[in-house]
Design a protein around this ligand. Sequence first.
Ligand SMILES: [Cu+2]
Length: 388
Amino acid sequence: MTSLLVLTVVVLLGIAVWQLTKIFDLTQIGAKKDNSEIANDNDNNVNGYLMFAFLVFIYLTTIYCVVKFGDLPLMSNPASEHGADYDNLMWISMVLIFVVQTITQALLHYFAFKYRGKQGNKALYFADNDKLEFIWTIIPVIVLAGLILYGLYAWTNIMFVDEEEDVMYVELYGKQFSWEARYAGKDNTLGKANVRYIEGVNTLGVDMSDPNSQDDKQVTEIHLPVGKKVVFKIRSQDVLHSAYFPHFRAQMNAVPGMVTQFAFTPTMTTDQMRNTPEMVEKVARINKIRAAKSQELVAAGKTALDPYTFDYLLLCNKICGPSHFNMQMKVIVESEADYKKWLSVQPLLSRTVSEAKAKEAPATDATVPAVKMETVKVDTTKVVAQVK
Ligand SMILES: [Cu+2]
């Protein structure tokens, strides 16, 4: 409805401007004026200088964006082994694009000014120039081929996983709108899973009859030991998602019906990353904004915001639905000892599933159903309230 109103207003404004120009034209009748549709020298000069004005505008906009937003892209302190290679490729591409666009834009606008129309000028017929065409073809070919080859080399290196190597396996399961994760347990092998096995607490659809599933652990946050290669096996329950770890320079699509994979070695613990000068500065800046916002909130009688602390995150990088923005899971990189301690207290999925089944079992007893139905009712209202 709002868009229809906006559209109507835009159309009416258009008609108003059109009518105004007609009135203006009528007022000009009788005045001595060049009414020719052909551009004269004055028109050409104005357009020539406007070309320069536009060049200045795009340069100023570029400089403004670099100064204002230049610190936003993650282009330093990668937290994974392959991250430096990735950043390097990104830097080379960005510098190349920047230099080439600065020069070509200047030339484009300068020539548009220099060869602007002049009364009496005749266009020169110019069929082709093999030398020129060769130069402007071969330079991009060499540069692009270099970039592509370097990119392919980096990609092959990043995606290569040596099966002999000591790696650990973690499963990531994307669904609208959250991530779930599963550790392979002592046997370092993830049990089979399929969407058809999803039932009750078994939200990952793990095949509980598979011996490899018995020691698997489902977790609510990801812990990774520093310096150890992790192979993520990525699945999706519903639509396309994308497992995205920006600080580790890692991203892979989660595709329904297939298992994709991405592996990386974390090189910086969460604490180390928190203490890098860039991160300290960034967190301080965010907290300054949050403090100002908190003041407003408190003044309006609302609760103040908690101060922000940095944590690595697993995000979704495919716009997968209305709550896509909130699809995230905390990632903690720590020492091997801390990681082992954390993992040892995580419950076995097989135990969680059998305990849940044992709890459900009395429901078949004729005396219980009334109570059970009540519980279900309460849960539903809670969910509805949360959604609202
Ligand atoms: Cu998603």
